[in-house]
Design a protein around this ligand. Sequence first.
Ligand code: CA
Ligand code: CA
Ligand code: CA
Ligand code: CA
Length: 481
Amino acid sequence: MANELHATSIVVLENNALNYLAPNGISGMQLVNGSLNFTGSSEAVSVFDSLDFGSGLTIDNPGILLTSGDATLPRYNGVSNYGPSHSLPGDTDLDEVVQTAFDSVNGGFSTTTNDAAVLEFTLNRTNDTAKTLAVDIMFGSEEYPNYIDSFVDAGGVFINGVNYAFFKADPTLPLSVTSKNVESGSFIDNTNDTHSIEYNAISRTLTLFIPLADDQDTFDIKLAIADSGDHILDSGLFVSDIRTTTNAIDGFYTSVKPLGTSDDVVSVGDDTATYFTSSAGLHSYTGSTQADVFDFTGGGFNTIKGTLEQINGDQVFNFTNSSQLAVQDNLTADMITAEQGSAIITIDKGDGNASTITFKGDYQNQSLLLSNNGQESVITLYQASGADIGQGMELLVGANFNPLVDKVIETRLQTALDAGASSMQIATVLAYYEEISQNEMFEGGLNPIFAIRDAVQTLIDNPVMPEGSAIIDIVGTSVGE
Ligand SMILES: [Ca+2]
Ligand SMILES: [Ca+2]
Ligand SMILES: [Ca+2]
Ligand SMILES: [Ca+2]
């Protein structure tokens, strides 16, 4: 059942772990028969279908929780020191992780681990299109806040013996309760029982992308967690949705997603590489100064907002007519070049700091449209397709303010569509509609029907291509993946 942690036996786990970690299989990969092996106490592992810790902290897919103690722990923070001893040994790979975490802070505490829970298996690559292994993880701990830098329990995700699980893709920030991790904002405080889990602090969901070496086809996966210094106060590693991607992305990203239907989604730190996902609605996303990923395959109307520094190195998946890039700068067409091979957009103001952002995919026969209001320069795809506009209408009409209003909107939008309004223009009306439909009292006697009618009329009266805008061709012939 959803939102529950279920006990499991080691026998069942060793037969079924992949049914939780990858219920639909792992594309391009095959589990090596008999390779699944669990080491640890049976109490230290549980399975789940999905988890919701409140305030947007969710794990949406099935997965496995590995802990250094009890994996069916309470779903509230009842005590500050939860976690049994199993008097079991640690793990040598995790010893190394703890030593790394302790690097400059070891105050004489032990750097050996105890009560390890380790799940291992081997995957064979059966299709070269599998370029990257991706996995969602979350780390929680009782060692926060009283034992920061002293009893630094540790978690790891190892591929062929190499740990890839770091906050901010920084090898000095492994999954552990160190002051560096706390100061970097990697933990969310739960000491006031804000989130429905016993751990005193948890991370956000982190998405790890591990590049799969071209010259290898066998990959040993090891998921592990352990206490350090003693055997008590649990830490836990939630693992979910192991999959491959055909895109060669690598790195460790903090995952951020919209929670409502019109959110301003921001990276959790200015320098935290972030993996943004989208959902239905009208959202903006502000990335970090690191190379972020914007994955809009979840739909919606999506605006990437950022300075040239913030967008540099970023990658966008599914940038469509429902997407726009709003650069917080005063750009002219002569500063922008766009090349095929995905759409690789380079912005160079001539100050020696060129910025590049890539729209992944096939952008043959497409052009970009630049609009500039002096402070903000917006880049969209030039041609809006009827399908996207139709989707916008559906969203708008589906808001169900009341049947009469919906009918008026439908008619007006059809007129706008016939007049060639772009999907972003439709989205602007949508935002306006949502805003006023959320107000119970319409200030100044504003009638929503007439307001919407006027807004749509404005769309119809305005040319599709705003004055002062410019078209930028995406030059070259190569096609991106
Ligand atoms: Ca607790
Ligand atoms: Ca323990
Ligand atoms: Ca511990
Ligand atoms: Ca960035």
